[in-house]
Design a protein around this ligand. Structure first.
Ligand SMILES: NC(=O)c1ccc[n+]([C@@H]2O[C@H](COP(=O)([O-])OP(=O)(O)OC[C@H]3O[C@@H](n4cnc5c(N)ncnc54)[C@H](OP(=O)(O)O)[C@@H]3O)[C@@H](O)[C@H]2O)c1
Length: 406
């Protein structure tokens, strides 16, 4: 029985996950790296041996992306970590295998329309088998966890739900792997720009109509202002994170309340900067809908270094998400939550993914010890489903997570 199977360990981000596991998981963890190329997997195993000589190397499993190859491996695994992207092109069979046999699953996809397909096709299967599926765990964790902390604090301190949470999230990206760029291009090729331009926030939850308080000026020029967060602009990743937070709210209505509203923006240096970012983001989304623009960008991707230098990125990249939640009414309580880390963003992806997978692994191990009936129902859940255990372990792993009343 494997505790963890890591698919895509030969990829740029998968390799960082392999290093994280080798460096941080208990020595007794039974794990394997799985993929299609024995020689590339052996190179990863050798690299781990060199970096962590005191650890037993992970096993190597050669797989094809078919049920006959995947099901037997996934069946004897507690948690799958998957880094095979573009996810909508290759990873549906892995999700299907996990949902069918009842194995927990996490990945770091950013492909929201694919997550919608996963929910449509596998949520019910997973519910029955007891498999917990968290596609996009790393991508949405900062937004989803800060929103969940605010909702929990508001219930705990004021016995009420937040009426609104405004989030300001920024990733200081200085380099991209060719795998990431190809995924963006493939996603727009498959699904088009429509959702990214007009973003239905209920794409991952039951359909709803949310009253927006945003003025038409803010909608046209993309400028927002709040006292605590300052000037805010349209965020490229904001609509995806908003969809995930709404899924969390729909799965936990008692905590978030029936009229919960969530919006995510990018911090900006004043009005002009916000308008510029908004127009640039929209223009980029329109351009990505043209095949010849995607073709040009693909040519660029073949010329760029497929593996950015992580040691350089450690000094120049950072991630920060700050969110303000308010209750309804005149004397409404206000709560600030934040999530921040200095360092390379690809390493942050590996950290968030592997810490989440370890929370699931410990739950699965406890359930196995307690007997078959101790396993709860499964489903497609969101990062905040992992709760305070996840928050505490992220903090232990070096992420600064804070919450306070205003
Ligand atoms: N959310 C985030 O913050 C975040 C961060 C980083 C990456 N990502 C996403 O994660 C994905 C991987 O990114 P990356 O930079 O690591 O890309 P990458 O270096 O190109 O790695 C892709 C991995 O997928 C494997 N793979 C591709 N096609 C396969 C197939 N048909 N069968 C089996 N394995 C296959 C590759 O194996 P081979 O070695 O055998 O080719 C490799 O291990 C991308 O979709 C990217 O957008 C998300």
């Amino acid at each position: 029985m494997y505790d963890i199977v890591l698919f895509g360990a030969t990829g740029f981000t998968g390799r960082l996950c392999a290093r994280f596991i080798a460096q941080n998981y208990p020595l007794a963890t039974k794990w394997c790296i799985a993929g299609r190329s024995l020689s590339r997997l052996e190179t990863v195993a050798q690299e781990l041996k060199h970096l962590f000589p005191n650890r037993v190397s992970p096993d190597i499993e050669i797989i094809e992306l078919s049920p006959s190859s995947l099901n037997p491996l996934v069946q004897r695994t507690r948690v799958v970590i998957n880094g095979i992207g573009p996810f909508h092109r290759f990873s549906t069979p892995i999700v299907a295998a996990c949902a069918t046999v009842g194995t927990h699953y996490v990945d770091f996809t950013m492909e929201i329309p694919w997550i919608q397909e996963v929910i449509k096709n596998y949520a019910e299967v997973a519910r029955e088998s007891g498999s917990l599926l968290i596609p996009g765990l790393s991508t949405s964790t900062p937004s989803d966890i800060t929103a969940w902390l605010i909702a929990s604090k508001m219930q705990e301190s004021y016995s009420t739900s937040p009426a609104e949470i405004i989030s300001s999230g920024k990733l200081d990206i200085k380099a991209m792997s060719s795998g990431s760029l190809n995924t963006v291009l493939d996603t727009f090729e498959t699904y088009g720009s429509g959702w990214y331009l007009y973003g239905d926030p209920s794409i991952l939850s039951a359909p709803f109509r949310k009253e927006t308080k945003t003025s038409w000026v803010a909608r046209v020029f993309g400028y927002q202002y709040t006292r605590e967060l300052g000037s805010l602009a349209t965020s490229f990743t904001g609509s995806g994170n908003q969809a995930v937070v709404y899924r969390s709210a729909s799965q936990n209505p008692d905590l978030y309340g029936p009229d919960f509203r969530f919006e995510e923006y990018l911090p900006a240096n004043g009005v002009m900067a916000a308008v510029f970012v908004h127009l640039l983001t929209k223009a980029l989304l329109v351009l990505l809908s043209f095949a010849f623009i995607r073709g040009l960008m693909r040519k660029l991707a073949t010329r760029m270094d497929s593996a950015p230098d992580i040691s350089q990125l450690r000094n120049v990249e950072r991630a920060e998400c700050r969110a303000i939640g308010s209750g309804s009414g005149e004397a409404a309580p206000r709560i600030l939550a934040s999530f921040a880390r200095e360092g390379a963003l690809y390493e942050l992806t590996a950290l968030i993914t592997c810490v989440g997978a370890k929370v699931l692994l410990d739950r699965a191990t406890r359930a196995d010890r307690a007997g078959k009936d101790a396993r709860g129902r499964g489903g497609v859940v969101t990062p905040s489903f992992l709760g305070i255990e996840y928050v505490d372990r992220l903090k232990d792993a070096g992420i600064k997570i804070e919450i306070g009343l205003l």
